[in-house]
Ligand binder design. Structure first.
Ligand code: BTN
Length: 270
């Protein structure tokens, strides 16, 4: 499916960017992340990208699948950041995806650590996978999945009510190569910002986040579940919660949900 790869390159050129690395297009892949991890191990250059028309084994976080029917965006891109930049790279990528979607008129918001929502329904997701050695980070494969087309009726039952798409929100069908070029173009810009001024990435992420600051949330991770008030992000992009005992706790990973009821059973804010 080189036509799709050519279309991405062309759309990037129209945005003023001559893409400096290979772009692979495939009609069907198990997972674009899996394919690009192979290419990374073979020494592929930074910014190599892989696009698939559909995925048969799309992977999500944490250890979940990612429904990948034809019409969606399934894109992975290879970066080789410094150790210092690698930690905030997933947040920078979230900002880039949100900007690409907002430019399409979609009210995209970010939910920590890197879900992209619209109206609290999942619109896109990011899966960052890295390999490092004693000398630093060898590579990071950033996988981006965006629900471009379709509506709830077409999705697996477990997604109905919790997912949405660009088409459902705007009535427009964005061709995947165009969406890929938009994401890559914005990622290019935010990667520059990340290396020059990392604190701007944290600020930009927060400015695009769901408005949950000051609200009670539950964080579920391998270590169990904690509830507290979402207080902010620290300089490393970790989530800071104010706990009921007055202390603050910092989390590097986990799944956050907003609690709609106070522990007393009364609605929030009463
Ligand atoms: C999430 O669960 O929120 C992350 C989903 C990431 C899905 C994308 S689609 C392209 C790339 N290839 C994969 O197998 N996963 C990522």
């Amino acid at each position: 499916m080189t036509a799709a790869a050519d279309a991405v390159r062309e759309a990037l050129r129209a945005r003023g960017r001559d893409w400096p690395a290979p772009i692979e297009g495939h009609a069907v892949l198990a997972s674009t992340n899996d394919r690009l991890r192979e290419r990374a191990r073979e020494g592929a250059p930074e910014w190599t990208a892989v696009l698939a028309g559909e995925q048969t084994g799309g992977r999500g976080r944490p250890g979940r699948g990612w429904a990948s029917p034809r019409g969606g965006l399934y894109l992975s891109v290879l970066l080789r950041p410094s150790l210092a930049a690698a930690g905030l790279l997933p947040l920078a990528a979230g900002v880039a995806v949100a900007d690409a979607l907002r430019a399409e008129g979609v009210p995209a918001e970010l939910k920590w650590p890197n879900d992209v929502l619209a109206g609290e329904r999942k619109l896109a997701g990011l899966l960052a996978e890295a390999s490092s050695s004693a000398s630093g980070v060898d590579w990071v494969v950033l996988g981006v999945g965006v629900n471009l087309a379709g509506d709830a009726a077409a999705w697996p039952e477990d997604l109905r009510g919790s997912a949405t798409s660009v088409e459902a929100l705007t009535g427009r069908v964005v061709p995947p190569p165009e969406a890929a070029a938009a994401v890559l173009g914005h990622l290019w810009r935010w990667y520059d910002v990340l290396r020059a001024e990392p604190s701007s990435v944290v600020e930009a992420w927060r400015a695009r986040s769901v408005p949950w600051w000051g609200r009670r949330v539950e964080l579920r991770s391998a270590g169990g579940s904690v509830t507290g008030v979402a207080a902010g992000l620290d300089a490393t992009g970790a989530l800071v919660l104010a706990l009921d005992d007055g202390s603050r706790a910092v989390f590097l990973s986990g799944e956050v949900t907003r609690l709609r009821l106070e522990p007393s059973g009364l609605p929030e804010g009463r």
